[in-house]
Design a protein around this ligand. Structure first.
Ligand SMILES: [Zn+2]
Ligand SMILES: [Zn+2]
Length: 387
């Protein structure tokens, strides 16, 4: 571990330095060794960090007292509470608001430096369009291709999007010389610095339309109804948002279109209820069918399917139709259909029906004999839906 320099020495101050002078001393070092000002000097970044660490300690009365008494040893290795490597660049920049003030040219200078660049020409982007799309269970399960009608702003064909009559009546903005930004030179301790803002004359467009296009009234775009084909993948769910690139609005007078965002809404199915990628169907059978056994048709996502009920089927039994559920979104798997058997108890009986049933009332096979070792409803439910 390299020997650490004395914090007072780093900032060139003495032990009785005032908070104001300490801040001034640190500013001077931060500006002098700022990495952006010293791109070819790797030691500058080290000194920059060193100064930040020194300032952090000396500016905190508790840390300063500990340092004054014990030196670097009192800082517990990780000086100033930073990691072993000292403060990161992010740590340093985050304290600049306090040291330089957010409104000062330093503040924005350092934030700009942190972002690495700035002053790039921005491409103007139009707004996104958001529409809701209702899908039935079959469309959700298998995916579907739809043609969607949307009203959106598209580039005006008459003027080619610049909003000018004949496409030519456009002048470069004289206020900003076409850059869309006005610059102001500010004198600071660092020397002259440039601050930029959006040009008020052209609103940042860099151009002025002198004679407006008749078709779009100088907007450079017109509202148009478009039919946009989209492919909905299988397995989507309520609230999922799909995005179709560049099918939103173009901005006024040139730029790229925003996106078309499609928010999925699920139509509830009368028969098949969705649980994740499984669907559940409640089947009702007569007591006679359940006792003797039968074969019945049940609805599935892809039409009817025939299933067999064994003799002695109990109410509450669940049958699994493998792979008859919903396809996994972006996957290869597919859920199941679960048929939940409900044995129908007659609610009304004729005298004749009643007398037949009366004969069976005390018949031995009609007495309930549940097998206590068999799983009850709770366990069966867990197995089916989550096993
Ligand atoms: Zn036009
Ligand atoms: Zn301008």
């Amino acid at each position: 571990m390299a020997t650490k320099r004395d914090y007072y020495e780093i900032l060139g101050v003495d032990k009785n330095v005032t908070a104001e002078d300490l801040k001034k001393a640190y500013r001077k070092m931060a500006i002098k060794y700022h990495p952006d000002k010293n791109p070819d000097d790797p030691s500058a970044e080290e000194k920059f960090k060193e100064a930040a660490e020194a300032y952090d300690v000396l500016n905190d009365p508790n840390k300063k007292a500990r340092y004054d008494q014990f030196g670097h040893a009192g800082m517990g290795g990780a000086a100033g509470g930073y990691g072993a490597g000292g403060p990161t660049m992010e740590d340093i920049f985050s304290q600049f608001g306090d040291v330089f003030g957010d409104d000062s040219p330093f503040g924005s200078f350092f934030r700009g430096a942190q972002g690495g660049g700035g002053g790039r020409q921005r491409v103007r982007r139009g707004s996104d369009l958001r529409i809701k799309l209702k899908l039935n269970l079959q469309e959700v399960a298998n995916g579907v291709e739809k043609k969607i009608k949307v009203k959106r702003h598209v580039t005006c064909n008459t003027c080619g999007g610049n909003g000018a009559k004949n496409g030519t009546a456009v002048q470069t903005c004289s206020t900003c010389q076409g850059t869309g930004q006005t610059r102001k030179v500010v004198n600071t301790m660092l020397g002259q610095m440039v601050s930029t803002s959006t040009c008020p004359t052209c609103n940042g467009e860099g151009k002025i339309v002198t004679d407006r296009c008749d078709a779009c009234f100088g907007e450079g775009r017109v509202l148009q109804e478009d039919v946009i084909p989209i492919k909905i993948p299988a397995g989507v769910a309520e609230g999922i948002q799909l995005s179709v690139g560049s099918k939103g609005n173009v901005p006024p007078r040139g730029g790229v279109a925003g996106d078309l965002l499609i928010v999925i809404e699920e139509e509830e199915d009368i028969d098949l209820k969705r649980d994740g990628n499984n669907v559940v169907f409640d089947l009702y059978v007569s007591f006679v069918d359940a006792a003797i056994g039968t074969s019945v048709e049940v609805p599935t996502i892809d039409g009817k399917a025939r299933i067999t009920l064994e003799p002695g089927t109990q109410s509450g039994k669940m049958l699994r139709l493998k792979g008859k559920g919903i396809k996994e979104l972006n996957g290869y798997g597919r859920g199941d259909e679960i048929v939940h058997v409900n044995v129908w108890t007659p609610k009304v009986l004729s005298l004749e029906e009643k007398s037949i049933l009366e004969q069976l009332r005390h018949s031995p096979n009609f007495q309930p004999k549940p097998n206590k070792n068999e799983k009850g409803f709770f366990d069966k439910m867990k197995d089916f839906f989550h096993g």
